[in-house]
Design a protein around this ligand. Structure first.
Ligand SMILES: Nc1ncnc2c1ncn2[C@@H]1O[C@H](COP(=O)(O)OP(=O)(O)OP(=O)(O)O)[C@@H](O)[C@H]1O
Ligand SMILES: [Mg+2]
Length: 250
C-alpha cells in the first residue's frame, strides 16, 4: 500500500493511523479552495474488490475526491489522511488517448514488453484487430473501451472512474455497463465510479454513496438479484431513496 500525502498537512489526524487492509481508507479528508471546504472531514473505506458508485450534484466534490485518491491534487490545500494501493488506474469522461499513438501503443504506454498483454486487454474489451488503428479512427465508445483496456492491463487494485460513460449515447452506455461488470468480475479491482446516473449506479455497484457539500449524506448497499432491472420494485425503492438524498423529488 502507498499512502500519498501530497498537499496534506496531516495535522488534524496525525497519529490516528490508517488500517491498510482496505483498498481505500480515507479519514477526516478536507479540501479547500479559497477557504471554501469542497471536501469536509470525509471518511470513506472501500474493501478490496468492492464496487462503490459515487453520486452527487454538480459541484458536490466528487471529482475532487477522485483526484485526491489518484494523487492528482498536490496543489490543493487540505487535511486528513488517505491510503490507497500502489497500483491505481484512472479513467476519465474523455478517453485521453494520445492521438499520435496507435491503439495498442496507447494501451501499453509506459509498460515494458507488454504488447501481448495489451492485445489480450483489447480483445477483452471487444477491440481485437484494432491494435494498429489511430484513436481518431474509433468511435467515442470504442475510445472509452481502449481507455478501459489501458487501465486494466495494469491489473489495478483500485480503479477510479470519473463519469467514464458520461459522453456516450444511451445504447452504448448500456453496453459499457455490461462490459464493465464483466471486466470487474474477471479482474476484481476495487472501484470508485463517479456518475450522475442513478440507474447506472444501482446496476453496477455493490454500494452507492451520495456526496453533498463535501460530505457523505447517504449510503445504500445494493443487494438486488442479477440481472438488475430498473422495472424491479426493489430497484425502484433504492432509486427513490437515492433521488431523495440528491434532493430530487418526483
Ligand atoms: N482548481 C479549482 N479551483 C477553485 N475551485 C475549484 C477547483 N476545482 C474544483 N473547484 C470547486 O470545487 C467544487 C467541487 O468541484 P468538483 O469538480 O469536485 O465537483 P463535482 O462534484 O465533480 O461536479 P461535476 O458533477 O460538475 O463534475 C466546485 O464548486 C468547484 O468549483
Ligand atoms: Mg466532476
Amino acid at each position: 500500500m502507498a499512502t500519498h500525502t501530497g498537499g496534506l498537512t496531516l495535522e488534524k489526524n496525525k497519529g490516528r493511523g490508517l488500517t491498510l487492509d482496505q483498498a481505500v481508507e480515507v479519514r477526516g479528508l478536507t479540501r479547500k479552495y479559497d477557504d471554501r471546504a469542497v471536501l469536509d472531514d470525509l471518511d470513506l473505506s472501500i474493501k478490496p474488490g468492492e464496487f462503490v458508485a459515487l453520486l452527487g450534484k454538480s459541484g458536490s466534490g466528487k471529482s475532487t475526491l477522485l483526484r485526491a485518491l489518484a494523487g492528482l491534487d498536490y496543489d490543493v490545500v487540505g487535511d486528513g489522511e488517505l491510503a490507497v494501493p500502489a497500483n491505481v488506474s484512472v479513467v476519465f469522461q474523455d478517453s485521453r488517448l494520445l492521438p499520435w499513438a496507435r491503439v495498442l501503443d496507447n494501451v501499453v504506454l509506459g509498460l515494458r514488453r507488454a504488447d501481448e498483454r495489451g492485445r489480450e486487454s483489447l480483445a477483452e474489451v471487444g477491440l481485437a484487430g484494432r491494435e494498429k488503428a489511430w484513436p481518431n479512427e474509433l468511435s467515442g465508445g470504442e475510445q472509452q473501451r481502449v481507455a478501459l483496456a489501458r487501465s486494466l492491463v495494469r491489473e489495478p487494485a483500485l480503479l477510479l472512474a470519473d463519469e467514464p460513460f458520461g459522453a456516450l449515447d444511451a445504447l452504448t452506455r448500456l453496453k459499457m455497463h455490461v462490459l464493465l461488470r464483466k471486466l470487474c468480475a474477471a479482474h476484481q479491482p476495487a472501484v470508485l465510479l463517479v456518475t450522475h446516473d442513478v440507474d447506472e449506479s444501482i446496476v453496477l455497484a455493490d454500494r452507492v454513496i451520495v456526496l453533498d457539500e463535501g460530505r457523505i449524506v447517504a449510503e445504500e448497499p445494493i443487494e438486488l438479484a442479477e440481472p438488475r432491472s430498473p422495472v424491479d420494485p426493489g430497484f425502484a425503492a433504492v432509486r427513490s431513496k437515492l433521488l431523495d438524498a440528491l434532493g430530487v423529488s418526483l
